[in-house]
Design a protein around this ligand. Structure first.
Ligand SMILES: NC(=O)c1ccc[n+]([C@@H]2O[C@H](COP(=O)([O-])OP(=O)(O)OC[C@H]3O[C@@H](n4cnc5c(N)ncnc54)[C@H](O)[C@@H]3O)[C@@H](O)[C@H]2O)c1
Length: 397
């Protein structure tokens, strides 16, 4: 297969369709609109209300399923924002139709499914990109550049903490079941492990972890502590709790996941689903929340909790407007532009890969390596053993 997949549209515009108009799918529409190299030409969503809503707003045809949308004339690429356990089948359908694919994280539930997606992309001669994940965020990308520059020496430790109310937000039942890619280790760990691997160089040797499911009224993996050993001797820890007590925004200048100021006094009390609430109630609440769960722009950089990188000659963390670098001369701040959202950066990487300008970093093999950490953490917690990894890839030079 040639490295530069062929772009099929006139003038290099990539005609893209969005499958799944829930929380994740809706969040990508502004970024697709904003990128001059993409044109939204169709959407697919079985829920008529959501589909009609987006069709009315964007003036593009709406299909009930991805399968139908794949027959839309001139379609080059598809964004797959459907439930995680449906990703393998949906991505295989897109590859059968020779479409480039941007699939949400986690890319699949099982490692063999992810490997099949990688093989499918190679056979079809198309791009497979996994995103959005918070490792695309500009502060994390800039941290990686400082590390690659070498001025602070080698990374020795990466520690990341995130405390949210993830478990008590309205959820479909599969989102709480780790065997369907649910729970915080798959859904939020994916972001943490992607960040850790990008900053640590990619090659995780082993994982030792404990996952927790401590609310009998809300069965799910709701918290974890994960220890990662890298091949080069660096280590990392990822701590996550979705049980809605402490909020890690308090460690991040009161800035939230998507870049908004939320001082503790303004934090809404965490609403646990009532005893009588049914899956149908939660689905309705989730659909209502999905309309504006993820904003298109924000006054601050996104903070996926507190991430602190320790190198031989200094440390790096996020600051309200960028990065704090703690070097031999003390603390200095690097301000970062706020003109591009995290999803704008995903679309830029996708376009560069499709047009052959630059190979993707967050490709299928990178996604598989992140997924391997998710499954290893769950296996380690169940067995009590350290799990050694086989599918790791380095950060490209
Ligand atoms: N990167 C992020 O920050 C982020 C945030 C949220 C969710 N996600 C990921 O996005 C995916 C979806 O999660 P969500 O929270 O948006 O769920 P959601 O329920 O809000 O959205 C999923 C949508 O897919 C639709 N769908 C189901 N079957 C379909 C089909 N055959 N064709 C087209 N559409 C179909 C559903 O009707 C629903 O509207 C998951 O993999 C999740 O891990 C990523």
């Amino acid at each position: 297969m040639s490295n530069a997949p062929e772009s099929r549209s006139a003038g290099g515009i990539v005609q893209i369709g969005v499958a799944g108009l829930g929380t994740a799918g809706r969040a990508f529409l502004p970024a697709i609109e904003a990128h001059a190299g993409f044109r939204l030409v169709a959407v697919a969503e079985p829920t008529a209300e959501a589909r009609n809503d987006i069709v009315a707003q964007n003036g593009v045809p709406g299909y009930a399923t991805l399968q139908e949308m794949l027959a839309h004339p001139g379609l080059d690429a598809v964004y797959v924002g459907t439930p995680t356990d449906l990703h393998p089948a949906h991505v295989a359908e897109a590859f059968a139709a020779k479409k480039h694919v941007l699939v949400e994280k986690p890319m699949a539930v099982r490692l063999d499914q992810a490997q099949a997606m990688i093989d499918g992309a190679a056979r079809a001669g198309v791009v497979l990109l996994v995103g959005h994940s918070h490792s695309y965020d500009l502060p994390i990308k800039r941290m990686r550049e400082i590390i690659a520059d070498g001025m602070l020496g080698r990374v020795r430790m990466v520690n990341t903490w995130n405390f949210t109310d993830w478990i008590y937000r309205p959820r479909r039942p599969d989102e709480l079941d780790w065997e369907q890619g649910g729970g915080v280790t798959y859904r939020q760990g994916s972001h943490q492990f992607d960040i850790i691997r990008l900053l640590g160089g990619g090659m995780v040797r082993s994982v030792k972890a404990r996952t927790f499911d401590w609310d009998p009224a809300r069965r799910a993996i709701g918290a974890h502590t994960v220890y990662l050993d890298f091949e080069d001797g660096a280590v990392a820890t990822a701590v996550y709790s979705g049980y809605g007590g402490f909020a890690s925004a308090e460690l991040c200048f009161d800035v939230t996941e998507w870049g908004f100021l939320e001082p503790p006094a303004n934090r809404k009390p965490v609403r646990r689903p009532g005893a009588g609430s049914t899956p149908a109630d939660e689905l309705q609440a989730k659909r209502a929340r999905s309309k504006n769960a993820i904003p298109a722009s924000a006054p601050n950089q996104p903070f996926f909790g507190l991430t602190l990188v320790s190198c031989e000659r200094g440390d790096i963390r996020q600051s309200p407007q960028g990065l704090y670098v703690y070097g031999e001369q003390g603390r200095s701040e690097i301000e970062l532009p706020r003109d591009r959202s995290p999803r704008d950066l995903v679309m830029a990487e996708f376009f560069d890969a499709i047009s052959g300008r630059a190979p993707a970093l967050h490709d299928g093999r990178w996604g598989l390596a992140n997924l391997e950490v998710c499954t290893a953490a769950i296996e380690s917690s169940a067995s009590g053993r350290e799990i050694f990894l086989k599918h790791q890839v380095p950060v490209p030079a």
